[in-house]
Design a protein around this ligand. Structure first.
Ligand code: 6A9
Length: 797
């Protein structure tokens, strides 16, 4: 009885607390969230590039090269580049709010680098430690750490070694800075580990080139050139070379004596380069501290901070990602943690203008886009590949956020908000976000310009449905008195207190306010899809001609908007109707209905539900080919009759993967049979993008024409799970889904795991014959969905 009393008291307290709405709650959450995500390796195109997520503040990066040999200078490391042949690299242990570790196996340079990045609990201060292990104990490696400030309200000046040092004799270089956007004065220190050794000064009489000393140069550079710090460094070095006129003399000088910055005596500027040259192993530590904060990062407390960051990550990971059989073993857990960390370690902050052509009509032949700059915009986003595609891609992002939603849902929502803030007045978002000069420098001209009629699958809408599902299955959040304090990360406690991370999920008020905030933009975006991608009615007859769709802006061999670039489609023609797009519109409409319902927008919710019904009906009436027993694109023949264009593969599976078919539909069994048929879609490594029997199988570019992609395999698994669990699925469907699900999950994960161990990388796609990773390596984007697959149950029964 006493116990009962206690429970009921607890219940009342909880109930009362829930009743008191706190108007500031949302605000306090926003602030704490902002701060804890302020700093990070948010320049994912670089091996090591730190910046804040503010348009103008401080950016930093690291360059390294072998200084004992002129021939390797041209291979200096900075931007992730496949030609560097890193055995592997990436943030293998990483939490975006706490920090973590990156490993870089630079085999060609005989160097193994480990970088640790930590942040203080409040998120204002950070530290970076880089440790190098050289294979050859006499190898000479030069490191250039640089920091630059952007914007007129930000400044950085050197303050050590009195005023104009000829050389820095000590090994610490210290900067004093001030930033309006960061909120005050700060100190930036660059120092080195006590055990580091330096090459001796040898032949040269010019003491200013002594490689045993730390060198630095400060200069004034236009803001939009800061990203070229590596090139600037090499321009400065060239001057040393040029100062020696006698080629014979040059040959007698050890390269490390020429390859040094020569201090020109300037102490201020907006770009500062600090160069250190080491013999054998080395260590450098960079600390950034806002002066008016108590919790300062120092060389002495760095290690313990790093240890607690890693501990937090491991505990949180183990709590949130309990892997299911047969993947509940050490080797898979390490794999999953590394993959998720690399995905989150690839999150970037991008700022700049983008090129848009708003005038060209895409239905005209041979269109040449002509871009005008728009912006500047900013975007906080994951990237598909730090090496090849280090920028935001709209439909990749929804997939990339799925694992993150499970680890830190507040972060996933923050990223979505950033994307949706880019929705323009007409409701459009560019498919590929190429913001600023640095981003453009990595993209061939013909891909740079974006056009406001081009769509891309609205995958981020799936995140909303998943979120609302998660929210309904979470315990309610109870605000406590010390709520504000709990919003900062608690290092010392080590009790895995991660209040920040799931606030939206556990607090209905915060969730509602987020949804209300974003809803008008979503409506605009959704209506943009409906109006710009609507198909031609021609003489067609079906229940609702409003819900028919065609991807705009494709050419004869490519439908880039669909995301499935070269997948065989109808011959490009305005009569075409695309079954994948209709399915995506179903996804979008369903999510809109759920959000409208959450917000008590009853009329909207009803309208969306009715449209969803129309979409489902059109899938059956217009797109199901009873001859082929599959869903197909549709076009018209010369007699203006609808005809099917059927290519079995990812496009035809779309109504199924998005659960738009009724569980008792007789079509299901045909789809399942195609999926498990090795002569059509089934392989031992995952589901093929295109049927082995299709006439275009492996033809042409062979990009989406047979090989295996993890994003679609994830959706297939998810749909198998869904249909396998429906009470009204037939017994036949139940047993078939279970059989396929269990094998497919194992096949895909096992193969991606095997290839990761064999090659050191996650890949863009996997060969349907051999399972080998291919196309782009270091592709953590949607390939990281294997992490969620490991978390799914082993079987449906
Ligand atoms: C080319 C080349 C150094 C193609 O993952 C991003 C996209 C997907 O959204 C899409 O579905 N990838 C897929 O078919 C890569 C697209 C890269 C285009 C830009 C630039 C630079 O190489």
């Amino acid at each position: 009885l006493a116990l009962l009393g206690l429970i009921s008291t607890a219940w009342t307290i909880k109930y009362e607390a829930m009743d008191e709405t706190d108007p500031d709650l949302d605000d306090r959450f926003e602030k704490a969230n902002e701060k804890s995500l302020l700093w990070g390796p948010y320049r994912p195109n670089l091996y090591l590039g730190i910046r804040s997520r503010l348009p103008e503040s401080l950016i930093a990066g690291l360059v390294w090269f072998r200084a004992d040999d002129y021939s390797s200078v041209g291979d200096a490391r900075h931007q992730c580049d496949s030609r560097d042949d890193m055995e592997t690299f990436g943030w293998m242990d990483y939490d975006p709010r706490a920090g973590g570790s990156e490993s870089i196996e630079d085999t060609k340079m005989g160097l193994s680098l480990k970088a640790d990045f930590v942040k203080t609990g409040g998120g204002e201060n950070w530290g970076l430690r880089v440790q190098g292990t050289a294979k050859d104990k006499n190898a000479i490696t030069s490191l250039v750490f640089y920091a630059g400030t952007e914007g007129k309200d930000n400044a950085l000046i050197i303050r050590s070694e009195k005023d104009t040092p000829e050389l820095v004799h000590g090994h610490e270089v210290s900067f004093f800075g001030y930033s309006e956007s960061l909120g005050g004065p700060f100190l930036l220190n660059v120092t080195e580990g006590r055990k580091s050794r330096h090459p001796k000064h040898g032949v040269l009489k010019d003491k200013a080139l002594d490689p045993s000393k730390t060198h630095h140069v400060s200069l004034i550079v236009p803001d939009d050139n800061l990203w070229k710090a590596k090139d600037i460094f090499f321009v400065l070095l060239k001057e040393n070379m040029n100062s020696i006129h006698d080629v014979e003399e040059l040959k007698t000088i050890p390269p490390q004596e020429i390859l040094q910055l020569k201090n020109p005596g300037l102490n201020d500027g907006n770009l500062h380069l600090v160069q250190k040259t080491f013999k054998g192993n080395f260590e450098i530590v960079v600390t950034f501290n806002m002066m008016e904060t108590d919790d300062q990062i120092t060389v002495d407390n760095f290690s313990s901070r790093k240890d607690s960051a890693l501990k937090r990550l491991r505990e949180k990971f183990n709590r949130k990602f309990q892997l299911e059989r047969p993947f509940n073993k050490g080797k898979y857990i390490t794999f999953a943690k590394e993959i998720l960390s690399q995905l989150m370690g690839g999150i970037g902050y991008f700022y700049g203008d983008q090129l848009v052509d708003r005038l060209t009509n895409l239905d005209e032949v041979n269109t040449q886009l002509d871009g005008k700059p728009e912006g500047p915009h900013n975007l906080f986003s994951c990237v598909p590949s730090r090496t090849f595609f280090p920028r935001g891609f709209y439909w990749d992002e929804g997939f990339q956020l799925m694992p993150i939603l499970q680890y830190d849902s507040d972060l996933a929502l923050d990223i979505i908000k950033s994307w949706f803030s880019l929705i323009d007045g007409s409701g459009w978002i560019a498919r590929e976000q190429i913001l600023g000069e640095e981003a453009r420098s990595g993209v061939p001209d013909e891909f740079v310009v974006q056009n406001p009629n081009i769509a891309n699958p609205p995958t981020m809408m799936m995140i909303f449905s998943q979120l609302l599902h998660l929210a309904n299955h979470r315990e309610q959040f109870v605000p406590t008195d010390d709520f504000a304090d709990k919003f900062t990360l608690n290092w010392d406690g080590g009790d895995g207190d991660d209040t920040l991370g799931d606030v939206h999920l556990t607090n209905p008020d915060v969730l509602n306010s987020y949804a209300a905030d974003i809803y008008p933009k979503l409506q605009l975006h959704y209506e943009w899809f409906r109006s710009t991608q609507r198909g031609d009615t021609l003489g067609r007859r079906c229940k609702n001609l409003e819900e028919i769709y065609r991807w705009k802006g494709r050419d004869e061999d490519h439908c880039l908007p669909s995301g499935l670039d070269d997948y065989p489609r109808c011959s490009a023609d305005t009569a075409e109707l695309d079954v994948d797009l209709l399915s995506w519109m179903g996804v979008m409409t369903r999510s809109m209905a759920a959000i409208a319902k959450l917000l008590d927008e009853t009329e909207d919710a009803e309208l969306y539900s009715q449209r969803l019904g129309d979409i489902k009906a059109n899938l059956e009436d217009l797109h199901w080919s009873s001859e082929n027993q599959t869903y197909c694109d549709v076009t018209v023949n010369d007699d203006e009759e609808d005809i099917f264009e059927c290519h079995l593969g990812y496009v035809s599976l779309m109504p199924f993967v998005h659960r738009l078919i009724s569980p008792d539909s007789p079509h299901l069994i045909h789809i399942l049979n195609d999926i498990r048929n090795p002569e059509k879609l089934w392989t031992d490594y995952g589901i093929r993008s295109l049927s082995k029997q299709d006439e275009y199988f492996h033809e042409g570019e062979d990009y989406w024409r047979g090989h295996i992609w993890v994003n679609m395999n994830y959706l297939i698994l998810d749909a198998l799970y869904y249909y396998g669990k429906r009470p009204n699925s037939t017994p036949e469907v139940k047993s078939l889904t279970n059989e396929i699900y269990t094998k497919l999950r194992e096949n895909v994960v096992e193969n991606v795991y095997r290839e990761y161990r064999r090659t050191g990388y996650a890949w863009e796609q996997y060969n349907e014959e051999t399972g080998e990773g291919q196309r782009t390596k270091n592709f953590l984007g949607w390939t990281s969905l294997v992490v969620l697959m490991m978390k799914m149950p082993e079987s449906l029964v």
